[in-house]
Design a protein around this ligand. Structure first.
Ligand SMILES: [Zn+2]
Length: 327
């Protein structure tokens, strides 16, 4: 009975707000096997992101925003993070063995049913339990005034946060008073689809794009073409980046992500776009690896918010590296 997490036993003492949030917890029903639940994040493409989560765990930011990847990979990140923050492994267990995914806390955080895991899903109709409705967000705000029920940190996951702008606004208000025992995880395909005020409060983690991701937008395509031209001719690029305001951090990050996809295609021996073909033609494996490192460094710089770097200068650095790397 000690592990009974059903809302019916707890609701009368916890009031309406807690009951609503508890109902939200139970609704999305992730796979009951915690290993299965986090498996999409353990793809080698996400090694770097997992490393970031471990680095952040000592002093977790109030809001983590996970973008990129697939919906399943973003959800796996949220559950992995929830388990990592609450894993009950003894202190002498090495960091890379956490989350253990077998202690009672991990099992219920990653596998579902933990009383400190709240999941609101923007894809659900408002009337449904676990939806990202204004009522549920309001109820959640009530719950946030209370300490976690059984874990070290409550984890509130907002799935496809961009689909419910009003509810996200409601949530923003609750973020105005930081609560160190609560961590939010916002999941969205791209940060540009969220309110800028929400993004600016978040530590942004960008999952590697799935290989079947959508083709680049026209603006991104335009920059990718310019990059190809620069790598081939050494011209045209700096004139573009020096036009003030043309290349902001989100656009630069999108360009970098598509470069990473192109490189991933090359490294996997798949059909590549013009940039990928250019890299494949001119770089040996060692250079391709350096190219990968340069892209990762740039992605990291651009993903911090507020961005400490000038996106145009960072992209000039990257373009120059690619230009020199293929000579
Ligand atoms: Zn554990």
């Amino acid at each position: 009975m000690a592990n009974d997490t059903s809302s019916t036993t707890a609701a009368p003492r916890r009031g309406r707000a807690a009951a609503a949030a508890s109902a939200a917890t139970a609704a999305p029903a992730p796979p009951p096997d915690p290993r299965e639940a986090v498996a999409p994040l353990l793809d080698p493409r996400h090694r770097r992101t997992v490393g970031h989560l471990h680095a952040l765990a000592a002093s977790p930011p109030q809001v983590v925003l996970a973008e990129g990847g697939t919906a399943a990979e973003r959800m796996a990140l949220a559950l992995y993070w929830a388990a990592l923050l609450n894993c009950e492994s003894p202190e002498d267990v090495p960091d890379d063995a956490r989350p253990c995914l077998s202690c009672p806390s991990c099992v219920r955080m990653a596998g579902g049913g933990h009383r400190d895991l709240v999941v609101l899903d923007g894809n659900k109709p408002s009337a449904e339990e676990g939806s990202f409705s204004i009522e549920n967000v309001r109820a959640l705000r009530g719950l946030l005034g209370e300490p976690p029920r059984e874990g070290r940190r409550r984890v509130v996951v907002l799935v496809d946060a961009h689909t419910r702008v009003e509810a996200a606004n409601g949530l923003l208000k609750s973020l105005e008073e930081p609560r160190p025992t609560t961590c939010f995880v916002l999941l969205a395909p791209q940060r540009e689809r969220l309110l800028p005020t929400l993004v600016s409060r978040s530590f942004v983690l960008t999952l590697a794009w799935p290989t079947d991701a959508l083709p680049p937008s026209p603006a991104v395509r335009d920059w990718l073409d310019a990059l190809v031209e620069f790598i081939q001719t050494g011209g045209g690029w700096m004139e573009r980046t020096s036009r003030k305001g043309d290349l902001d951090a989100p656009l630069a990050a999108a360009v970098v992500l598509h470069c990473q996809r192109a490189l991933a295609d090359v490294l996997a021996g798949r059909a590549a776009d013009p940039l990928g073909r250019l890299l494949a033609e001119r770089m040996d494996p060692a250079r391709l690896r350096r190219c990968d490192e340069a892209l990762a460094a740039v992605q990291e710089a651009l993903s911090l918010s507020p961005s400490p770097v000038n996106p145009a200068l960072v992209m000039d650095w990257l373009a120059t590296r690619l230009f020199l790397g293929v000579r």
